[in-house]
Design a protein around this ligand. Structure first.
Ligand SMILES: [Zn+2]
Length: 400
């Protein structure tokens, strides 16, 4: 048994467990009932750990599966492997920098990418290029005095300082002796000013950084001259074009979402078993709720000797994984899914399709009932009045 086999627990295993004769997870499972052996667990772990272990649902059939710890779904990905290697090499993968906020910024992709390159110090400034190509001078093309590092180009260069001042006289104060990377990171700091005027100011600076880089490239490749007024015009134009486009995109989106029609659910046009169940249970998340609901529906159908099963689910991940796309659910739900799949094999035929929650008001009401009353309710043929009237309203079907 290795560390972190229990979700949410990063602590190493306790002394009682370490000194016991236990070597494998299977020793903690009652092999007859295929359930956790509560007595053994209580002897070995504290109460919180036992509760966490009980939240891991064991499959009634199946075998052990290898999982990749660094991803929540337990599936290997190159991205997560890269992150692990960077952590090993640098002790950090810039992990404290809020990358997800960078990628969600209201900015053109090229500017976000450029800021990302700045944070990783991989912009092709001359101090870098001249190390590999001797014909490239290392001097800053804007001032021709000092070596062009990223920090010199955007912070220390006299020409850039003048550009910043003319763009906005508050910029020097906002930069306050930080280097470029610290300055960028500071925009995302939790204690940073999040007011509307500050947000606009930072947005302006991000466009300006991009245009200063364009200007620098123009000087290098086209022998362009530095004209402050041109720079200011370009930055303001970029921003107004971006805002105009964003407004158009938003307007399109809202038209699309207003046009969204949820297809109402209808009774399947084949012979079906009449019954309804509303099952109450405890689960870690919505995905597990859906997986457990699927399992109990499949068990119900099997007990009723159904041969052809038509299963509808409102959780797309669960539908995908039942239909065969491995890794679409959290690894903790894999055991429930593997039970679903092994039971499904015993049906003559089956299909599992996605139905939007809002489409099936009847199923939605049964789920709400289970949540509110916390009881299991099963109706095999005689439905209560409230359910009959719901079926009549939703499906236009009159049940006797
Ligand atoms: Zn310079």
């Amino acid at each position: 048994m290795e560390r972190q086999v229990v979700p949410n627990r990063d602590n190493s295993l306790n002394a009682t467990f370490s000194s016991s004769h236990m070597k494998t997870v299977s020793q903690l499972i009652n092999q007859e009932t295929r359930q956790w052996d509560k007595h053994t667990l209580n002897c070995l772990f504290d109460r919180d750990t036992v509760n966490d272990i009980f939240q891991i649902i064991l499959p009634s059939t199946g075998k052990y599966i290898l999982r990749w710890k660094p991803t929540p779904k337990g599936q290997f990905s190159v991205k997560s492997a890269y992150k692990c290697i960077m952590l090993d090499i640098h002790g950090s993968d810039n992990a404290n920098f809020p990358w997800k906020y960078l990628w969600k910024l209201d900015l053109p992709q090229k500017i976000k990418h450029f800021l990302w390159k700045c944070m990783h110090d991989c912009v092709s400034v001359r101090s870098k290029l001249s190390r590999y190509v001797s014909s490239i001078p290392s001097e800053c093309p804007l001032c021709n005095r000092e070596s062009e590092t990223l920090n010199h180009l955007f912070v220390q260069c006299d020409t850039t300082k003048r550009l910043w001042f003319d763009l906005d006289s508050n910029i020097a104060g906002n930069m306050s002796n930080m280097n470029l990377q610290e300055w960028i990171a500071n925009w995302f700091a939790p204690n940073s000013n999040h007011g509307e005027s500050h947000r606009k100011f930072v947005q302006f600076v991000r466009f300006a950084i991009w245009e200063i880089w364009n200007l620098r490239c123009n000087v290098v490749f086209n022998n362009a001259q530095v004209h402050v007024n041109n720079l200011i015009t370009r930055v303001n134009k970029d921003i107004s074009v971006w805002i105009d486009n964003s407004v158009k995109i938003l307007a399109n989106r809202s038209t699309l979402s207003n046009n969204k029609v949820v297809t109402p659910w209808s009774l399947p046009d084949f012979e079906y078993l009449r019954g309804a169940q509303s099952i109450h249970g405890i689960a870690n998340d919505e995905e597990q709720v859906a997986a457990l609901a699927a399992l109990s529906a499949i068990r119900w159908a099997k007990a009723a000797a159904v041969q052809k099963l038509h299963l509808e689910e409102d959780c797309l991940n669960v539908v995908n994984v039942i239909n065969g796309s491995l890794g679409s659910v959290d690894w903790r739900n894999n055991n429930v899914i593997s039970d679903c799949k092994s039971l499904l094999e015993s049906f003559t035929s089956w299909k599992c399709i996605f139905v939007h929650r809002e489409s099936n008001e009847i199923a939605n009401s049964l789920a709400k009932r289970a949540r509110n009353y916390r009881v299991d309710e099963i109706w095999n043929s005689e439905f209560p009045l409230w359910l009959k009237s719901l079926i009549r309203d939703e499906l236009n079907v009159n049940l006797s």
